[in-house]
Design a protein. Structure first.
Length: 444
């Protein structure tokens, strides 16, 4: 039992001893505002146990390695100016119900004042992730010879200038156990914290996946899930005064969106017969059209935990055009054709990589169509082609689904755009359904 609880119980014993009648007993249990404040202040004192997070990357999540997170052997580093959003939220009381003190599980309210300890840290706490790949890597007093990534908290007040590390400690009073929730990329606004639910609104732009994780104690075969995380929990896990890496909350981000990689080529035999040079047939525009862009991520939900980590549509609004992007290799992106100086040569039968886009999965599209949005679930692509100086804007063409009928999260799909040559007017046709090895791209 930690010091904050000890003071609370000791005060109760002193009051009971002073009672001489039943009425006196009722009166003696009424704490003054000053006494309540003293108990809360004592409970909120920092313990010697810092809040530290480890990081892993599930095998399924490692299949998408571009930014949002640059991953290598399960490690990653958040790009400059990008952060995780982290929540440390109370789950169950670890001590007897009291006032002031822990409340019953069904009464936990994540919007209460921070002094009530129903959450730790700043809600939507920004955090950076850095790779540690030395011969010996440490998180706190724990060490490993394996490469790992460590999470560092950042003072929210410094994000606009020079981000500065911020250190948090578990409170001295273990009133509650806590679970950690994190998502990426962190949003500065449109974050809603309700008594039993946390959500974040996103407007997709094609560059970013939306990732989520929840960390619960995994020690002792998972039987410790109701005992941590809190200061007492980490003290109970010490071996020779040291915690193991596996004791720490482990973030294991999972993906919500799917990735399309676009390639362009010309399979028309007239390309050779008409003696086209490489710059006479060019892709000058590529857009994905009719994609619902407004979604809400459920970060935490005490009443419906099965909803946690999922994206649901916010409204039935479509964005007319979504860019295809080029990866710069540093966590940033450039619109694909701007990167290629406005055009990509469609040079014969050899496919040329155009760029990528992160889009909703087929399951997400099915859900929004079921809600009333009257569009096909397949993505549509609109191309603009310059053929010997004449520009043709094509009617959007549908991308066919993979053999299993669904674009899935965590996977990458190659879409080959086969462009024929214009001859004597008429609409240029586009085959946007020619896919090679749909699913995981083994070369990524």
């Amino acid at each position: 039992m930690r010091k904050g609880l000890f003071i609370l119980n000791l005060m109760g014993v002193m009051l009971l001893t002073a009672c001489s009648s039943e009425n006196d007993l009722a009166i003696s249990h009424e704490l003054t505002l000053e006494e309540k404040a003293a108990i809360l202040a004592e409970a909120n004192k920092d313990s010697e146990v810092p809040i530290q997070l480890g990081f892993s990357f599930s095998r399924s999540a490692m299949s998408v390695t571009r930014s949002p997170l640059s991953s290598e052997a399960g490690m990653f580093t958040t790009p400059a100016g990008q952060y995780l959003g982290v929540f440390c939220l109370a789950q169950k009381p670890q001590a007897a119900i009291a006032s002031p003190g822990p409340v019953a599980e069904d009464q936990i309210d994540w919007t209460m004042p921070s002094s009530n300890l129903t959450y730790l840290m700043t809600p939507n706490q920004p955090a950076q992730v850095l790779k540690k790949d030395g011969s010996v890597n440490t998180i706190g007093t724990a060490s490993t010879t394996s490469p790992i990534s460590e999470v560092y908290f950042v003072d929210p007040a410094t994000l606009g200038s020079t981000p500065t590390k911020k250190h948090y400690y578990y409170p001295d009073a273990s009133w509650y156990n806590y679970h950690f929730y994190a998502y990426y990329p962190r949003q500065k606004s449109n974050v809603t914290v309700a008594p039993k639910k946390v959500t974040v609104d996103f407007v997709l732009d094609g560059t970013q996946d939306v990732l989520w994780t929840k960390a619960v104690p995994a020690t002792n075969g998972g039987s410790d899930v109701d005992n941590g995380f809190n200061a007492d929990y980490f003290s109970s896990q010490l071996v020779n005064g040291v915690n193991a890496i596996g004791d720490f909350p482990e973030l294991d981000l999972t993906h919500n969106l799917t990735m399309l990689k676009f390639w362009v080529r010309c399979k028309d035999p007239k390309y050779a017969l008409q003696h086209f040079t490489s710059d006479q047939l060019q892709l000058t525009g590529i857009k994905i059209v009719d994609i619902p862009m407004n979604w809400t991520l459920t970060v935490a939900d005490r009443e419906n935990p099965s909803n946690e980590g999922t994206l649901t549509h916010t409204n039935l609004t479509l964005t007319n055009e979504l860019n295809v992007w080029h990866e710069n290799g540093d966590g940033t992106d450039t619109e694909a054709l701007s990167y290629a100086n406005g055009a990509i040569n469609v040079d014969g039968n050899t496919p040329t990589y155009v760029g990528y886009a992160m889009i909703p999965t087929t399951a997400m599209m099915d859900a929004i169509i079921a809600a009333g949005l009257d569009i096909p679930k397949n993505p549509f692509v609109k191309l603009t082609v310059n053929e010997k100086g004449t520009v043709y804007e094509m009617t959007p063409k549908m991308v066919t689904l993979p053999d299993n009928g669904s674009f899935e999260a965590t996977k990458i799909y190659n879409v080959y755009l086969s462009i024929p040559i214009q001859s004597g007017g008429g609409e240029v046709e586009l085959n946007a359904g020619d896919q090679s090895d749909p699913g995981l791209d083994p070369g990524n």
